[in-house]
Design a protein around this ligand. Sequence first.
Ligand code: PLP
Length: 388
Amino acid sequence: MKGTFPIDKFQSLRTPFYYYDTQLLRRTLELIRTETARYGNYMVHYAVKANANPKLLAIIREGGLGADCVSGGEIRAALQAGFPAGKIVFAGVGKADWEINLALDHNIFCFNVESIPELEVINRLAAAQGKKARVAFRINPDVGAHTHANITTGLAENKFGIRMEDMEHVIHLAQDMEHVDFIGLHFHIGSQILDMGDFVALCNRINELLDRLEAGCIQVEHVNVGGGLGIDYAHPNRQSVPDFKAYFATYAKHLKLRPYQTLHFEPGRAIVGQCGSLISRVLYVKQGANKKFAILDAGMTDLIRPALYQAYHKIENISSDRPMQTYDVVGPVCESSDVFGKAVDLNGVQRDDFIALRSAGAYGEIMASGYNCRELPMGYTSDELAHG
Ligand SMILES: *Cc1c(COP(=O)(O)O)cnc(C)c1O
């Protein structure tokens, strides 16, 4: 089954562009709202790095979520979209002084701190502002996720987080500092995780750590388990709203939260991934030695995931019901890796047909570049095309 697209509205738009189904986004946010409401102490922050399109950020903010930011630019984008500073968390291994100061200026909810040198800088900059910064420590739980090596972050060998052995030491350091307030622990084991067993492994590790801290009389008010819930790239229409019910239930079942603790989540991909498609036109159909190429006006500069992670995106010819034929679907950029898919079955392709690359709402538009002096793709929502 193909997706449904307002092709008549597409005719007047310059391709390539991103098209966002905001109804699907709203349904996803509604499921998150009803499922978290069961638990009372669950708080969801959207990982802005997945997609910072202001139109989507506004909808996500209306849905009641907070924002998980990894740079000063993302903090600005979140504030501009109306996220309250009290619902913004700031993560990242390399926070620059200006970014820390920006976060302090606005009194964001929490810094997720990844090293002792960073903690010292935050303490010093907070002192200069006469403030106390809330901090959580990102702990590297040494839990592997069964996902692509480039998007696994929770193993001891990764650059992220503080080693478990050092946890008590850094907490004591923070407790002795005047201008930081230790409030919690943060974890994030990777991305595109579909095996709930990976999250169970994280829960088990967190349970051990919380027991250890409790035995040492250290109270942890906030536990943040990061993001990582995956989506079904092979079947964008089968479960277009990811299974947040099972996801939250996994944590409810396996994590031994204390009554005074709040559990925080930071999904990115699972919120915006399925609502976005990259729409492009076919420029040429070229006969090669033993195959046909469909050459699109979209390339790796618009959607880099296939070139960067060998990621799969379902490709559909949304203009055609002609009989199926097989194509290598490629972009115009001068790189051999500018390939969206090899031996892809599509309804017979002609010049000017619209091609949709599905499940491209996360890590798509936001990763676009100007390589080859190409223009950045626009992003349109179904709302604005319906009314425009
Ligand atoms: C990237 C990231 C996320 C979001 O990951 P998804 O796989 O998109 O859900 C959440 N938290 C942190 C710290 C991240 O780096």
